[in-house]
Ligand binder design. Sequence first.
Ligand SMILES: Nc1nc2c(ncn2[C@@H]2O[C@H](COP(=O)(O)OP(=O)(O)O)[C@@H](O)[C@H]2O)c(=O)[nH]1
Ligand SMILES: [Mg+2]
Length: 291
Amino acid sequence: MIWSLKEKLKELLGGKTDTAEFFEGLEDTLIEADVGAGLAVKIASELRDQAKKDGAKTREAILALLRQRLGEDLSFEVLRPDPGALNVFLVLGVNGAGKTTTIAKLAEYYRRAGVKGIVLAAGDTFRAGAIGQLELHGKRLGLRVVSQDPGADPGAVIFDAVQSAAARGENLVLADTAGRLHNKENLVRELQKIDKIIKNKAGGGACYRKILVIDAGTGQNGLAQAKVFHEAVGVDSLILTKFDGAARGGILVAIARELGIPVSFLGVGEKMSDLIPGGREEYLEGILGGI
Ligand SMILES: Nc1nc2c(ncn2[C@@H]2O[C@H](COP(=O)(O)OP(=O)(O)O)[C@@H](O)[C@H]2O)c(=O)[nH]1
Ligand SMILES: [Mg+2]
């Protein structure tokens, strides 16, 4: 069954909105929206108190409170390269989340914003297709791509990219990675190795950021996945992809809140321009709009 938060909320809001049943229903709906059980209980209970205090009973008033409450758990902060430093943005996430596509979108976005000297590093050496995919994007965008053959050490590719970017005075390295989560120990080890290499190579004056890409269609295990990456290397910023179509996207609230990490962009399609910087209003509108 295709699940829809909006349909359920609509139905719920069509009935009485000041009863215990309503807030229980709201709790269930939030759980189904992947907000997480603990947080769903908390939000529903806080909303009940707030609605009582404000005398909010109409569907519009309740919706406004819900929107405000969900927004409170999210911070949005566009990631911008430091123009005076070497920037290394390492892009993390499970296979298929949209990392490689997002790197191309970011490259396009930053280039339009006037960032000079953007380099792409093909750090997903596991899938042969991933290297070709990034090279294609690089060619189309007219950007340098650092890559090696499939099966090469991803740390070596990224080392090479950071070193050459520093030597050439380039400004931004966007580094791709593989996200083979089924082999967690290997993934963590590999990421920690890459992390160490970047820290050593880029040096203290560099601006090094780790970005976690999350597919909006990811269910509750998205939080566990995010924790693996966060515990491995520490995530600085979140990008929610595929927040178009019938995506649910509630997992973003759970991850952003639990890990205390800001959201920098929303991916809303396969085109290079389908990238929204920040995106607070678009996100809240996407999950609650049109009800
Ligand atoms: N609809 C939609 N598709 C996306 C978005 N971002 C990526 N994709 C698609 O998701 C698939 C996997 O993307 P890819 O970048 O290869 O994922 P990776 O394995 O994490 O590198 C591709 O078919 C992309 O076109 C998005 O924001 N919206
Ligand atoms: Mg990829």
